[in-house]
Structures are given as structure tokens and as C-alpha cells.
Write a protein that binds this ligand. Structure first.
Ligand SMILES: [Zn+2]
Length: 115
């Protein structure tokens, strides 16, 4: 089966930063993806955090994965808040600092990069 084309444009998971790998938990919908914090509204100064599954693109407005997620109706996953593509830069996977500002720091798992 062919890979979904939209996946090719997915930014590198580390975004070139040295930040540790963070996630909220495994996705309760598809079971194979990780729900991670995505920072959106960066270009328009309407910064907000979303929790997004990196596999099925389920979206939560906050790190409460027990709530039903939102699925974007368009081909490209859009922020339910601003309607922009969540994947377009400068939107990015949230850094630890971003997550702290969102007040979600105690909701995430931080994987240290010790080899
Ligand atoms: Zn998923």
C-alpha cells in the first residue's frame, strides 16, 4: 500500500532542536501513534497548543486523552481554533518551554536522550 502523501511533509520530529522527545501518551484512537503537543498559531501570534496524534492526526484541545478527539474534515489537518494547517511551519512540535507556557508540563512524558 502506498504511503499517504501528506506524511511526507511532516516536519522532522526533532525540528532540529535539542529538546528531548515528549509526548502525552499513546493514542487511544489508533493505538499506534503518540499523542504529542503541537504549537500552532505561531505566525499569527495566536499561539495555542494542541495535542495531535502523529499517526492518525486525531486532535485534542488539551492533554486529556479520555475526551473524544477532533478529526479535521479537510485533507490537511487544521487547528480547530484558527483553521490553519497544524503542520505548516512555523507551527511546530512544542518545546519543553512551550509546554511549560501552556501549563501542560505535568501532563507530558519526557523521554531522556541518554544513549
Ligand atoms: Zn492516533
Amino acid at each position: 500500500m502506498d504511503q499517504d502523501e501528506s506524511y511526507e511533509e511532516r516536519p522532522d520530529r526533532r525540528d532540529g532542536s535539542q529538546d528531548p522527545w515528549t509526548y502525552v501518551g499513546s493514542c487511544p484512537r489508533c493505538g499506534s501513534g503518540l499523542a504529542r503537543v503541537r504549537l500552532c498559531g505561531v505566525a499569527t501570534r495566536q499561539m495555542h497548543g494542541l495535542v495531535v496524534c502523529d499517526e492518525c492526526e486525531a486532535i485534542w484541545l488539551n492533554p486529556d486523552l479520555e475526551k473524544p478527539p477532533i478529526y479535521s474534515r479537510s485533507e490537511v489537518a487544521q487547528s480547530p481554533r484558527t483553521g490553519e494547517s497544524i503542520w505548516d511551519p512555523p507551527n511546530r512540535w512544542a518545546t519543553l518551554e512551550d509546554i511549560g507556557l501552556l501549563g501542560w508540563f505535568d501532563r507530558i512524558v519526557i523521554e531522556s536522550d541518554d544513549d
